[in-house]
Design a protein around this ligand. Structure first.
Ligand SMILES: Cc1ncc(COP(=O)(O)O)c(C=O)c1O
Length: 378
């Protein structure tokens, strides 16, 4: 039985008529950049996550880039982030001229470790550098330890940009109650890359914030730094969302919670079936309902690659997120990190394996995955 890692065709087949009608409406409207359909989708996301301002942008990468620009991060500034994430989390820091500083992850959740973060802030300050922002990533759909991270931010006056690219629909339980990923820091960045839990039919993303001043800058920098057409107070970019993405995402949005619930159900099935084997299933840092399981990532102490090929032989697709931690990427070699600098991220890169978790996984498929993993360990 074939078990695909993602299955967008099934999802799109179910929504085909609505998607086609929505795209046709955009064609008829003749409005292909920003406009009322983007505004409607921005309002829907703002309502879903409970935030005042939302800006539809061209990708999750541009959401991060725009946030850094809006917060005034520039040449020589230090931005502390995780070494275990998608490339864009750190590349956008370099693109504004700032210097990414990596703090190691927690060995169980793979999210930024608050103690490592505190040590990195101290180290940078001791060396006379100014830390201008921190970017925790809510990896695989589980929120980073935001209470501790925000407390550090407050103590040192450092704004927090949440990389919530993988965490639409995720929540975080803190002393102040449950809040949506992306609404805890100064601003939050989402990606609607097609394979995300809420994915478009092309690239797009969103920045959300509750801060009126930051919102003003985000709005202007999204359109070349102009508040009025052809008048540029500062240099921004073209980070605009297109309405084709907005309408496709609007069609999908009412299904997001059901899809996320299905992912949680698949995760709980795997947890149960795999718990007695010599592998580590994902560690929950809060209630399961908070997690949107963008990925279900196991850690295999021995033979990760053998397990992957054993599953491949049984027509089960798996993936490795991420094979090379960011501090060891060739393009960051001048930052001075070496193998052994950030051991938890390096261990994760060598030992983790993501299993198919998407909402269209059938009971037969997930049983085939679980039985095939059990047979490997036997
Ligand atoms: C953690 C993280 N940050 C940023 C991005 C960038 O988003 P996009 O692919 O929409 O540019 C992604 C997407 O893969 C991601 O997973």
């Amino acid at each position: 039985m074939k078990v695909p890692f993602v299955d967008l065709r099934t999802q799109h087949r179910e929504l085909q008529d609505e998607l086609k009608a929505a795209v046709c409406e955009v064609l008829e409207s003749g409005m292909f950049v920003l406009g009322p359909k983007v505004e409607k989708f921005e309002a829907a996301i703002a309502e879903l996550v409970g935030v005042k301002h939302a800006f539809g942008v061209s990708s999750g990468t541009d959401a991060l880039l725009l946030s850094l620009m809006a917060l005034g991060i520039g040449a020589g500034d230090r931005v502390i982030t995780t070494p275990f994430s998608f490339f864009a989390t750190a590349s956008t820091v370099s693109r504004v001229g700032a210097i990414p500083v990596f703090a190691d992850v927690d060995p169980k959740t793979y999210n930024l470790c608050p103690n490592a973060l505190a040590a990195a802030i101290e180290n940078e300050t001791r060396n006379g550098h100014t830390v201008k922002a921190m970017i925790p990533v809510h990896l695989y759909g589980q929120c980073a330890e935001m209470d501790a991270i925000l407390a550090l931010g407050q103590e040192h006056g450092i704004p927090v940009i949440e990389d919530a690219a993988q965490a639409i629909g995720s929540t975080y339980s803190s002393r102040g109650g449950d809040r949506h990923a992306g609404t805890l820091g100064a601003c939050g960045c989402f990606s609607f890359f097609p394979t995300k839990n809420l994915g478009g039919i092309g690239d797009s993303g969103m920045v959300v914030t509750g801060d009126d001043e930051l919102a003003k800058r985000l709005g202007s920098l999204r359109v070349h730094g102009s508040e009025r057409r052809y008048y540029h107070g500062e240099i921004g970019g073209n980070f605009r969302m297109d309405p084709i993405q907005a309408v496709a995402l609007q069609v999908k949005l009412p299904h997001l919670e059901r899809w996320n619930a299905k992912r949680r159900e698949n995760a709980s099935y795997y947890d149960q079936e795999l718990k007695s084997l010599d592998l580590m299933t994902p560690t929950l840092s809060g209630p399961r309902e908070n997690h949107s399981y963008h990925q279900y990532v196991t850690s295999i102490p021995h033979d990760r690659d053998h397990l992957a090929s054993h599953l491949q032989d049984r027509e089960i697709q798996t993936a490795v997120y991420y094979p090379v931690p960011l501090h060891l990427q060739k393009c960051f070699s001048d930052l001075g990190y070496q193998e052994g600098s950030l051991p938890n991220a390096e261990y994760a890169a060598e030992h983790t394996l993501a299993l198919p978790i998407h909402p269209d996984l059938t009971p037969d498929m997930r049983e085939h995955v679980a039985k095939s993993i059990q047979s490997f360990f036997r």
